[in-house]
Design a protein. Structure first.
Length: 174
């Protein structure tokens, strides 16, 4: 069983709910810089172990894996810190927003021998389920390669103050 910490409790809420229902994960701690949000999630899920400081999860020997749901431009730094502290990582899309940082993370992942995984799944979206049904019935034929796109209305998302920011180094707060 993997022992999990969750960073960022907006979209990270879905992983709180999933991990509490899973036999494969044990939720150890949740973290958000916003104390009020931590308190709300604690109440919502009856889960008391929260912190506003990422370092608490990074240095905990009770946590094997960190699930990251902070704003896009902070992913690189938060993934890097998790790997440097010997944690497996699952990070929501977009994994990173600047390809020039990709090799550094790949090297670090190799060196740390930890797994990194992009946390985005559309298996249970209606269109994906229909396509799977059609494939199973033989309506699509034999698949050789699949090129797929995901279209969504992101206007609500672009209203978030951070959504157009770029990665920054040294964004870790004390
Ligand atoms: N996989 C999906 O389908 C999906 C859907 C929506 C959003 N997302 C992604 O999830 C991420 C979060 O999106 P959101 O809508 O929840 O954003 P949000 O702004 O609502 O939440 C981000 C949270 O991170 C916290 N945070 C920021 N820096 C922190 C730090 N250093 N330490 C602790 N907490 C910190 C903030 O306080 C905030 O509560 C984004 O990368 C977004 O693109 C993925």
């Amino acid at each position: 069983m993997l022992r999990l910490g969750i960073l960022g409790l907006g979209e990270g809420r879905s992983t709180i709910s999933a991990s509490l229902a899973s036999k494969k994960f044990k939720l150890i701690q949740i973290c958000d810089a916003n104390k009020k949000l931590c308190e709300e999630r604690a109440l919502e899920f009856d889960f008391e172990n929260w912190t506003t400081n990422y370092k608490d999860m990074l240095t905990s020997d009770k946590i094997d894996m960190i699930a990251i749901y902070t704003p896009d431009h902070l992913h690189f730094e938060h993934i890097k810190l998790a790997l440097q502290h010997g944690k497996h990582v699952v990070c929501t899309k977009p994994f990173i927003d600047d390809l020039s940082q990709a090799n550094e993370l790949l090297e670090l992942a190799k060196k740390s021998r930890k797994k990194i995984f992009v946390g985005q799944s559309s298996r249970f979206f209606e269109p994906a389920m229909r396509q799977k049904k059609d494939f199973d019935k033989g309506l699509i034929g034999e698949l050789i390669t699949i090129e797929s796109y995901y279209h969504a209305d992101h206007r609500w998302f672009l209203e978030k103050g951070w959504s157009l920011k770029q990665s920054l180094n040294g964004c870790m707060e004390d």
